[in-house]
Design a protein around this ligand. Structure first.
Ligand code: HEC
Ligand code: HEC
Ligand code: HEC
Ligand code: HEC
Ligand code: HEC
Ligand code: HEC
Length: 290
């Protein structure tokens, strides 16, 4: 499955050069014709030669004319007929589920339990030797931190991701510093000093980075290949009430209305720097009134 994603990389380099339309890094190929048996929904119009054009997948007119940094991807039909619950739901509108199983880059050990260096190269320019990395600022990535996850994950994989993509206030930065010391963790910000995916998540499977190091402290209740575990919980309602109270406190602090999502209780957490289910992660930056 790894090859699929390399294909995307190759396609973009070719695609961008040929079409001279600026596409974001890791973008899906355009200008290609439907493969045999592919039957996108009717609304997904094709170009004159039955090729993929911007309007095939996007509901924003003249998208190709909008400068990249001005594109608003938060509109509902940015992906046509969206929003979708996950990126793969969208992919399966054209691709067969079979053979499209997603390559889980977070599984970083091979069958023999050795680090698979190829995996590192999705994000790192060179495979780091974990013991030899003493200064994180020396690491070179293939994309700015804030874009590393987006070829494979949605920009809004869950509630509040966009709201978090901001530069924290001084008060929050202070809280972060304290939390880093108290829990001996890192809460890295992106190239523009904003909260980003890896502020809360570590991309590394447990064991890649020594757990004695701040960068290697992480929650791993579960094997990575099993994903996050949810539970329909008879106590769900009680939990929700509890969360409501705490969120109400947060709401006061932020002076904003916060919508509660239909809440599924998280039972097993992975790839997080601190547990969220008991509130520790959120409390690294927010104060709840208890
Ligand atoms: C096969 C479907 C498909 C086609 C065709 C397509 N796109 Fe996309 N595009 C996507 C997907 C999927 C994303 C990622 C959306 C996400 O992660 O939320 C995306 C993301 C983007 C983004 C990034 C927006 C952002 O800020 O995150 C831009 C810009 C974009 N596309 C422009 C274009 C342009 C211009 C064309 C035509 C030349 C085009 N796309 C054709 C599927 C497509
Ligand atoms: C509107 C239909 C459509 C949608 C939606 C779509 N694709 Fe594609 N995709 C195509 C077509 C057409 C091609 C080129 C023909 C081919 O290679 O099968 C292609 C090619 C690819 C390739 C190149 C490798 C290969 O098999 O040749 C990858 C990887 C890929 N798509 C992944 C995705 C992912 C991931 C998504 C969801 C984000 C997605 N596609 C959504 C139509 C689509
Ligand atoms: C999905 C992207 C991604 C992949 C894949 C990835 N890394 Fe990283 N890595 C990052 C990011 C982002 C950082 C900086 C933030 C951090 O330290 O967690 C980082 C940091 C590191 C650090 C410094 C950690 C510290 O705090 O001292 C080491 C060592 C490292 N990576 C090793 C590896 C190795 C070895 C692999 C392959 C087995 C790998 N990484 C795969 C994204 C990735
Ligand atoms: C403020 C902290 C925070 C930030 C920032 C954040 N996440 Fe999350 N993420 C979480 C928590 C907590 C969960 C646990 C499950 C939940 O509550 O949905 C999670 C869950 C996930 C999941 C699993 C969703 C599921 O239902 O299986 C994915 C994938 C994910 N995050 C990716 C990302 C990506 C990609 C970004 C950046 C665009 C990001 N996260 C930014 C805290 C964060
Ligand atoms: C090469 C593709 C790829 C890249 C790049 C990538 N991921 Fe993932 N990630 C996956 C796949 C595949 C899964 C397994 C679950 C799924 O299919 O969504 C996953 C799972 C996760 C999960 C756990 C959700 C679960 O329930 O399994 C989190 C959290 C997550 N990724 C965060 C990140 C963050 C943060 C980054 C960027 C630093 C990132 N990912 C980069 C492919 C990728
Ligand atoms: C690394 C720091 C950090 C962590 C961890 C964090 N947040 Fe935030 N959060 C922020 C910042 C920064 C904002 C932007 C508003 C501000 O500056 O107060 C924000 C805003 C919010 C908002 C308001 C959104 C809006 O619409 O304005 C909510 C709700 C929220 N966070 C909930 C959570 C929850 C729940 C968690 C735990 C899963 C969490 N946060 C973890 C830093 C963080």
């Amino acid at each position: 499955m790894r090859s699929l994603f390399f294909f995307i990389l190759i396609f973009i380099s070719i695609g961008v050069a040929a079409a001279e339309i600026k596409l974001p890094p890791l973008h899906h190929p355009v200008g290609v014709k439907l493969a045999q048996g592919m039957e996108p929904p009717e609304a997904f119009v094709l170009g004159r030669q039955s090729e993929l054009i911007c309007d095939t997948c996007h509901g924003v007119s003249d998208l190709e004319k909008i400068p990249l940094e001005e594109v608003d991807s938060s509109v509902e039909d940015f992906l046509l007929q969206g929003p979708y619950d996950s990126l793969t739901t969208f992919c399966y509108l054209c691709h067969e589920k079979q053979g499209m199983e997603r390559f889980n880059v977070h599984l970083m050990f091979d069958q023999g339990g050795r680090l698979d260096e190829q995996r590192c190269l999705y994000c790192h320019q060179e495979s780091p030797e974990p013991e030899q990395v003493t200064d994180r600022s020396q690491l070179k990535f293939r994309l700015p931190l804030e874009n590393l996850c987006l070829g494979c994950h949605l920009k809004t994989p869950h509630l509040n991701t966009l709201a978090h993509q901001v530069e924290p206030s001084e008060e929050i930065r202070e809280a972060m510093k304290k939390a880093e010391e108290k829990h001996q963790i890192i809460l890295p910000l992106d190239s523009r000093k904003r909260v980003t995916c890896v502020t809360c998540h570590t991309p590394h499977e447990q064991g890649v980075i020594d757990s004695d190091r701040a960068g290697g402290k992480q929650v791993a209740d579960h094997p990575v290949n099993e994903g996050i575990g949810y539970r329909d919980d008879p106590w769900g309602g009680v939990y929700l009430e509890d969360k409501k109270v705490r969120l109400a406190g947060l709401q006061q602090t932020l002076d904003k209305t916060i919508e509660l999502p239909a809440y599924r209780r998280i039972e097993k957490e992975i790839l997080l720097r601190l547990p969220a289910k008991d509130g520790s992660l959120c409390q690294a930056c927010h104060q709840f009134q208890e």
